[in-house]
Design a protein around this ligand. Structure first.
Ligand code: COA
Length: 434
């Protein structure tokens, strides 16, 4: 049978495929723009219209409005488990009808291989090439582990999915069923560069030498910092998420990857999500490598590039330098992702630095993000022993290796002026500042 005949033989509709679903199945789905909305909609419709129970879906970074997150009446019948919540998953996890799996992003392939059994892996792919291969497009993070482990592989072919030539591939012979779904990939709203994010970006940019290798985390501030690096030279990219500002830096000439110690000449990432410009950049481009997350996010790999600079966001930090990036008190917001791996990798790199950056206040200036203690229930993402630099629009605090009193002094100096007296009072009350 030639590849086109194999393709036709496996081609079906989401509704027909949903008939195979059984009670007790665990489905794995890829993340971000590599997710499969048509398949998930059909599976949810089948569950709703039947007495199927206990169907579980393991996902992360959800970019479509899935019924198992939006509809609490599906709980127990079809339940979402998120490794990194966003969108509807946040509401469902907080509401108690979906669950969360705490994990470092780089450990997820290991958890898939050793901890779970998957009845099917669902992934969006680009159209098949003449050799019978589908590209997994924007994502390489845990797909290989799912491909190795899952009993069945279901693909949703989207002709708008880019073909990553240096990324994960899947051969037609490995696929059990194919559905087609042509639609533009989801995009994130463009970054708004307000005065505060420009100030933070400029402060960090001053610390980044030409020739450095950068990682930008998820959120508005890391992306804004990327935009502040346009006048730099010979930058490299080794990152978890490939962002819009990175395409800007490549196309304006600030990034050429020429000084990297590993993967010289190439940008390295484990997934991409943002604008159509990113997806166009990835398509057929040998200058970007999309590699598995257990490699890309390994601190021992990250630190191999000299002058590794990581820039990530947070929700609050206490006077010890404990960083919360996952919850607002007990309210669940996201996951650890690769924050700690990049903090550690950057700090181990020769000349490397790690920055955690955020606006000094939240909610219209009413809440200080620098706190005497973390809000009860807050998740500590980066520990006091790992933290390096903290940045707000008021300056930079260097905490790594510093005493508690010195940390408090530096953090109070970059807190919003309206909160500094209170922070000083609390620090003295606890004997943190002598
Ligand atoms: N107290 C109360 N509310 C707060 C707050 C605080 N200390 N800090 C932020 N918020 C609110 C904001 O006002 C905003 O509310 P809104 O949605 O009603 O506008 C919301 O929380 C999100 O805050 P924001 O600062 O806009 O978040 P972001 O989109 O820039 O993302 C993180 C920040 C920390 C959630 C994000 O970076 C993340 O998920 N990080 C964890 C993983 C990680 O760093 N990975 C790195 C490798 S990619």
């Amino acid at each position: 049978m030639n590849y086109n005949e194999m393709y036709q033989a496996k081609l079906t509709t989401p509704e027909k495929l949903a008939e195979a679903l059984q009670s007790g199945w665990t489905l794995g789905m890829d993340s971000g723009p590599s997710q499969t909305p048509a398949l998930m909609d059909a599976f949810a419709a089948r569950v709703r219209g039947s007495d199927l129970r206990d169907v579980k879906v393991h996902t992360m970074l959800d970019v479509y409005p899935y019924a198992f997150y939006a509809d609490d009446s599906l709980a127990g019948k079809m339940t979402g488990y998120s490794w990194f919540s966003s969108g509807g998953a946040r509401k469902a996890v907080n509401g108690g009808w979906a669950d969360f799996i705490p994990a470092y992003y780089r450990d997820i392939p290991g958890h898939i291989r050793s901890g779970y059994s998957y009845d099917a892996f669902c992934v969006a792919v680009s159209p098949m090439d003449k050799h019978g291969y589908f590209s997994l497009g924007n994502n390489a993070s845990y797909a290989q582990a799912m491909i190795d482990k899952a009993k069945r592989i279901y693909v949703e072919v989207n002709d708008k999915q880019p073909r990553a030539v240096c990324g994960a591939q899947l051969h037609i012979s490995q696929v059990d069923a194919i559905v087609e779904n042509s639609f533009p990939l989801p995009v994130l709203p463009p970054v708004t560069l307000d005065e505060v994010s420009i100030a933070i970006g400029s402060l960090i940019a001053e610390q980044i030498p030409d020739g450095a290798c950068i990682q930008l985390g998820i959120g508005a501030i890391p992306d804004a910092t990327g935009m502040a690096l346009k006048s730099k030279h010979d930058l490299g990219i080794h990152t978890e998420m490939f962002t819009d500002s990175m395409v800007e830096l490549i196309q304006c000439g600030a990034v050429n990857n020429s000084k990297k110690q590993i993967h010289r000449g190439k940008s390295v990432t484990t997934f991409a999500y943002g604008s159509q410009r990113i997806y166009d950049y990835i398509d057929d481009n040998p200058a970007i490598e999309l590699l598995p997350v257990e490699y890309v996010n390994n601190p021992e790999v990250i630190c191999k590039n000299d002058n590794m600079i990581s820039i990530n966001a947070a929700l609050e930090v206490d006077l010890w330098g404990q960083v919360c990036a996952e919850s607002v008190g007990t309210k669940h917001m996201s996951g650890s992702g690769g924050q700690i791996d990049y903090v550690r990798g950057a700090c181990q790199s020769k000349g490397g630095k790690s920055f955690i950056a955020f606006t000094s206040t939240a909610k219209g200036g009413t809440i200080s993000k620098i706190k005497p203690i973390l809000t009860p229930g807050a998740v500590c993402t980066t520990s006091k022993n790992d933290v390096d630099y903290i940045v707000t629009e008021y300056g930079i605090a260097h905490l790594r290796g510093e005493s508690l009193g010195e940390r408090a002094r530096q953090l109070i100096a970059i807190a919003h002026p309206d909160f500094r007296d209170e922070l000083r009072f609390e620090a003295k009350k606890r004997g943190i500042m002598i």
